[in-house]
Write a protein that binds this ligand. Structure first.
Ligand SMILES: [Fe+2]
Length: 622
């Protein structure tokens, strides 16, 4: 019975289905004149050549991070493309790289609490369908993400269908109902404007490309029934038997170039990591040693584009020399200059380090500050987050962050934390090479221990990071303890924590402030924050009050490039110094003495603090 129906159904769907709004088979034959042609709907201008598969199981496109398949940059410019109420969206796909915000087809704006449109996609483990309707509109739209229960296997093909009939939203995986919700009702609620995009989660401030296989993407202005969905699946159910396939790295240019020149990560007393990315798969060698004669090497024998090499067996607080020398399959070569790095200092050795935060989207300013920092020859660099403006966009890393920091990160190890603008994106974890789980970690330099925390995640008592920090701070025997996280527990900013021109506001991030109990308990010396794009230093604080004996000093050094912010009109008691302007800081420690310096974009000193643990707890001058 079912088999006899299949040809008819296939015919209906492939050729004459009157309700299909768009259909993209996504086969190699669909590409002509630099466009991906639709069976129904607009053709898509390609920014680069697409890869296709031919394995006798339907083929399909194999998509990569840098593919862009924008059907319409604003859906309203192409009327009639989208359903207004009932809808069905279906696709065959494999997830080659799981991500929190995966997208297959969507027209969506999800910015803070304004949520409109719809998107078929996936999160790190399950398929999802996000939908906003008139019936659940809270004024600026409210989206329900219906999340399936089937945990997908990376690289395996799945048939995924979402339907909405005006009352119930359903998500099907491989022909079976996987999740449903009645939270949304009525007509679909669309944004004022939004891109309509295939193979990405795409709105005004996010572009999360689908990496993996995709084919037979279809959109209808009707709600399909269960048996329709299962027939659709049955027609090609043998695709699910295909072995998992993870897209291999592929060249992104003819010429061999650095996408990211080699940079240093996680220096310890006896090791360091070197990370780089090229535009073509390469093999080669990292040579290193105590002189530029390089008596040691690490080989890269398997072709790769993103390389990460660990050098170990090193001596603490010693200068080393290195070069990265690579070659592609065409014999093109790329090699660094003779570079330098320094291992972490052991206890008892003075240290000097730089702080630069919130470099986001401003390589001009971060390049100037990086030059100033390099002139001071710090031992290492601490970055309290918001390296990028949009962490999920690869270009924010390869065209903004790394170019802005070029010249510094190849010689000075950067220890970062995640800011909100990193969006917890895969690129951060890909480029940064830090101890697991990477969103928190610690390191030691000289007489200081550093505790690096992700305040985008829950940091309340009982949370993973709170408990880890309590334990790690308790076990630290360092003379100096520093905690680094993006969000500031204390801030004079005019409007990030309530409008201070019209009310008192909370004067800091209340989620992060919960951590201050641990700082008091474990005698933390300094807390280094960003997020607010200005400079601020507090008096020592304990139990939420300014003290003149002991206490924790909080700094905000978010002037690394992001657009500047302004303090509110009145001065909170905790504030010692606040200053609008791009800047960086230097910290120098020798035994019981700490010196803290802040410099503006012209490299002029504008703030200085000295802490001496032996004498009066803090002396400060400006
Ligand atoms: Fe931020």
């Amino acid at each position: 019975m079912m088999n006899s129906l299949l040809p008819l159904l296939a015919l209906l769907l492939l050729h004459d289905d009157p309700d299909a709004l768009i259909a993209y088979p996504m086969q190699s034959a669909d590409v002509s004149n630099g466009h991906l042609n639709a069976q129904l709907g607009p053709s898509i201008k390609l920014e680069r050549e697409l890869s296709f598969l031919s394995d006798g199981q339907g083929g399909g496109a194999e998509l990569y991070e840098d593919d862009r398949l924008v059907i319409a940059s604003d859906f309203r410019a192409v009327p009639g493309l989208l359903p207004s109420r009932e809808m069905t969206v279906s696709a065959w796909l494999s997830v080659g790289q799981p991500r929190q915000w995966g997208g297959v087809l969507g027209c969506v704006q999800d910015n803070n609490d304004a949520e409109t449109g719809w998107v078929l996609g996936y999160d790190n483990r399950h398929f999802t369908f996000g939908i906003a309707t008139v019936g659940s509109d809270d004024g600026n739209g409210s989206m329900t993400y219906v999340t399936g229960k089937t945990a997908y296997e990376e690289g395996k093909l799945y048939h995924v269908v979402a339907t909405y009939d005006g009352e119930t939203t359903r998500l099907y995986v491989n022909g079976e109902l996987d999740a449903e919700s009645t939270e949304q009702s009525g007509d679909l609620l669309y944004p004022e404007r939004a891109p309509f995009t295939l193979a990405a989660y795409h709105d005004d401030n996010e572009f999360h490309a689908h990496v993996g296989r995709l084919m037979d993407v279809r959109l209808y202005d009707m709600a399909a029934q269960d048996d329709w969905v299962s027939h659709q699946f049955d027609h090609h159910s043998d695709r699910t038997d295909l072995p998992a396939r993870i897209p291999p790295e592929r060249a992104i240019s003819e010429e061999l170039l650095w996408q990211v020149p080699p940079f240093l990560q996680y220096a310890t007393g006896d090791s360091i990591r070197i990370v780089f990315e090229t535009t073509r798969p390469v093999t080669g060698v990292v040579r290193y040693g105590e002189t530029s004669e390089f008596d040691r090497e690490q080989r890269i024998d398997t072709p790769l584009m993103l390389g990460e090499v660990m050098l170990d067996g090193l001596d603490a607080d010693e200068p080393y020399f290195y070069e990265v020398d690579l070659k592609d399959d065409r014999g093109q070569e790329i090699r660094t200059d003779i570079m330098t790095f320094q291992t972490a200092a052991p206890r008892g050795v003075p240290i000097a380090f730089a702080i630069l935060s919130d470099t986001q989207d401003n390589p001009t300013v971060s390049a100037t500050l990086s030059e100033h920092i390099w002139e001071q020859r710090p031992g290492f660099l601490v970055h309290p987050g918001d390296l990028t403006g949009t962490g999920s966009r690869k270009g924010d890393w390869t065209e903004e962050f790394f170019p802005g920091m070029d010249g510094l990160l190849g010689r000075v190890t950067m220890y970062p934390v995640l800011g909100n603008h990193e969006q917890d994106a895969r690129h951060y974890y890909k480029y940064m090479s830090l101890p697991e789980p990477e969103y928190y970690y610690s390191f030691s330099q000289g007489d200081a221990d550093f505790f690096m925390i992700d305040t985008n995640r829950n940091v309340a008592p009982g949370s993973e990071q709170y408990e880890w920090l309590d334990d790690a701070l308790g076990r630290s025997d360092a003379r100096w303890k520093f905690v680094v996280h993006h969000h500031p527990p204390y801030s004079s900013d005019e409007n990030d924590y309530g409008n201070t021109w019209k009310g008192r506001g909370s004067r800091g991030d209340l989620r992060a402030r919960k951590l201050t109990v641990l700082y008091d308990k474990h005698d933390v010396d300094l807390v280094l924050n960003g997020h607010i794009h200005s400079y601020e230093r507090t008096w020592p604080i304990e139990g939420g009050r300014v003290v003149d004996d002991g206490g924790v000093i909080y700094t905000i050094t978010g002037g690394g490039g992001g657009s500047l912010e302004t303090p509110g009109p009145s001065r909170p008691a905790f504030n010692n110094t606040v200053r609008r302007g791009h800047h960086y800081c230097m910290v120098r420690i020798n035994g019981d003495t700490l010196e803290f310096f802040a410099y503006d974009l012209d490299n002029r000193l504008f703030d200085h603090m000295r802490v001496d643990k032996r004498r009066a707890p803090v002396s400060q001058d400006r």
